[in-house]
Ligand binder design. Structure first.
Ligand code: AGP
Length: 615
């Protein structure tokens, strides 16, 4: 889950590559490096730390001219984050220069073989091994770079997105991918390379997304040539015209991408049901569902596979599909599902949820489910991502680029898509009366407005955060649809403020966690009117009687819980099945403000990365 960038053309490569790395830094940020070819020499500069540290080092040290450049921002897998293990890496002769995102699982045996042949290694990385393997193939086979990369990659086991150039042939870059994403930006007399389009979207909106086991030779003055690595076939290139704007990937005046993305939720939810939700006509239109309706309505069960926040959206789907469409659902951690030797029946439907569309465990779980005959439907945010292409059908969330590592608008737009599907299936199966169905459509249509209203609690949340920014633990409780919201609230606090937090079904408290309650333990309770209100009130009394400190998320006008709680945040009322879309917002804001007050790097929390493309 590193970020790779490349440029070859007529402009100065350095400014393009360095800005590209800044855009991709959310993918990994423990070290960074660039390689520039100035027409004679290759200049490599790399450092432990962030792209800002690299800029300082480069601009103080090396000649930064040249129209050929590669850049890399790293999330370490092989070799600790330090200068030597940072990318780019070079072969022993210095001719082959490479950057890589992914893991080469059999690098040790290749390294051993190359060492026997006299190669020396300066770093602990798998990538340096690949650079020398390519050099060895060129020497032994007497072939050019493109062919050598192809031959070398056939030896490799694992995942990769690579960009390589040969100092002796500086008018071309060779790229290849298996498992990790790679996009090529097509300009006039210039080409760009990126893990996604963000490094080059300001220069061109024409892009090629490489498929798995494909490689491309990018040479100035010639069209890009794409070949399949294994059977060496020429592949017709498919240039896509991208619909994302530069503006969408900038901060728009907010202090952090996370806060901007929290405030983008009303429009993101609206964009997600635009053209799909037609309450006046009483219909929901989603081609991926319509084309496969009988698979869903005839499904023995629905299995949801996902990781992290997307898994929490899957849990909300479990309540939605069982409650509204009466279809049994199982929600699986993709990483466990793929190794549990799961029982999958032919008429099982699998729904895979992923913001990035690149999460390795989810991708592998999809492949397993498909190999066992299941129909796999994807819910993704990144157009053209691996998961979007691997699934049989799907629906995009239209949240726009999500750059903050902590997922916010992707979560609510995932729930929006899953709600649309559940309602459509309920309508198809007749599990909702026509009038109830119509009411649900209008209630959903009103959600962007409700979320707008909730965002007005921001100042109150800042006050609450002030009281809790120094705690070391926190509990989140909810019932029914609010249980996954409690889990999500806890995850948000954990991942950006580093406070230990746990989400629980409120009734589960009595079976253990209540032992944790004392005046030090803040407890966030999602206690909306709809969803076992009386039960949640008694849960709050249990906590109060042990001096727990309560932050309650309540329905507007609720005075009872307001009197019991230390803090009560009022949110607008909506249908019970839509509560997660409203109740999640204050929890996102709470974790954000607490993290800011603790001086944490909100957009790039330690030890995390935006998409986990390795196991
Ligand atoms: C959430 O804030 C985290 N970034 C993480 O848990 C994330 O949800 C998980 O890695 C899954 O990512 P995906 O949706 O891109 O597959």
């Amino acid at each position: 889950m590193c970020g790779i960038v490349g440029y070859i053309g007529y402009r100065e490569a350095y400014p393009i590559v360095i800005k590209g790395l800044e855009r991709l830094e959310y993918r990994g940020y423990d070290s960074a490096g660039v390689a520039l070819y100035d027409g004679e020499e290759v200049h490599i500069c790399k450092t432990k730390g962030k792209v800002s540290d690299l800029k300082e080092k480069v601009e103080g040290a090396v000649a930064i001219t040249g129209a050929l450049g590669l850049g890399h921002t790293r999330w370490a897998t092989h070799g600790v984050p330090n200068d030597v293990n940072s990318h780019p890496h070079q072969s022993n002769s210095g001719d082959i220069v490479i950057i890589h995102n992914g893991i080469i699982e059999n690098y040790a045996s290749i390294k051993q073989e190359l060492t026997k042949r006299g190669y020396v290694f300066h770093s602990d990385t798998d990538t340096e091994v690949l650079a020398n393997l390519i050099e060895e193939v060129m020497k032994i086979e007497g072939v050019k770079l493109g062919k050598a990369v192809q031959i070398a990659l056939k030896e490799v086991v694992g995942a990769y997105a690579i960009a390589v150039f040969d100092k002796k042939k500086p008018d071309e870059i060779v790229v290849a991918r298996l498992g990790s994403p790679l996009a090529i930006g097509i300009g006039k007399d210039e080409y760009f390379i990126g893990s996604d389009a963000s490094p080059f979207i300001e220069y061109t909106s024409n892009a090629i997304y490489l498929e798995d086991e494909e490689m491309a030779i990018i040479r100035i003055g010639r069209e890009v040539r794409v070949r399949s690595i294994n059977d060496d076939e020429q592949i017709d290139i498919n240039i896509q015209n991208l619909k994302i704007s530069l503006e969408q990937i900038e901060k728009k005046g907010y202090d952090h991408f996370m806060l901007k993305e929290i405030y983008e939720q009303p429009s993101a939810i609206l964009d997600t049901f635009r053209g799909r939700l037609l309450p006046n006509e009483g219909i929901i239109k989603m081609s991926g569902i319509e084309d496969n309706l009988s698979k869903f309505t005839g499904a023995n069960r629905i299995i949801v596979i996902a990781c992290g926040t997307s898994w929490h959206a899957g849990l909300v789907a479990e309540y939605l599909f069982e409650d509204i469409a009466r279809i049994p659902v199982e929600v699986e951690y993709a990483s466990e599902f793929r190794y549990r030797n799961p029982v999958i029946k032919r008429d099982d439907v699998v729904i895979a949820i992923s913001q990035s569309g690149e999460t390795a465990d989810t991708l592998a779980a999809i492949k397993l489910a498909k190999s066992m005959g299941a129909f796999v439907f994807g819910v993704c945010n990144v157009v053209g991502s691996s998961i979007a292409r691997e699934t049989n059908a799907g629906a995009y969330t239209h949240a726009g680029p999500e750059i903050g590592v902590a997922s916010t608008k992707a979560f609510t737009t995932q729930i929006t898509v899953l709600t649309l599907i559940a309602l459509r299936l309920a309508n198809a199966k007749g599990t909702l009366s026509t009038s109830d169905y119509k009411k649900c459509l209008f209630d959903l249509e009103a959600i962007p407005k409700r979320v707008d209203e909730v965002l007005e609690v921001n100042n109150q949340i800042i006050e609450i955060a002030n009281n809790y920014s120094n705690v070391s633990n926190c509990l989140y409780l909810g019932r029914k649809y609010n249980f996954p919201v409690a889990l999500e609230g806890a995850l948000k606090l954990k991942e950006i403020s580093y406070i230990h937090a746990e989400g629980y079904p409120a009734a589960e408290m009595k079976h253990g966690p209540i032992a944790l309650i004392d005046e030090q333990m803040p407890v966030v309770v999602i206690a909306t009117k709809k969803g076992n209100y009386e039960k949640i009130v008694s849960n709050i009394q249990e906590i109060k009687s042990r001096n727990g400190r309560i932050i309650a998320i309540v329905t507007q006008g609720d005075t009872m819980i307001k009197e019991m709680a230390d803090f009560a945040v009022e949110i607008p009322e909506t249908s019970e099945f839509l509560t997660p879309l409203v109740a999640t917002i204050p929890l996102q804001l709470l974790s954000y403000h607490i993290a800011v007050m603790r001086g944490c790097n909100v957009d790039q929390p330690r030890n995390l990365a935006k998409s986990v493309t390795v196991e």
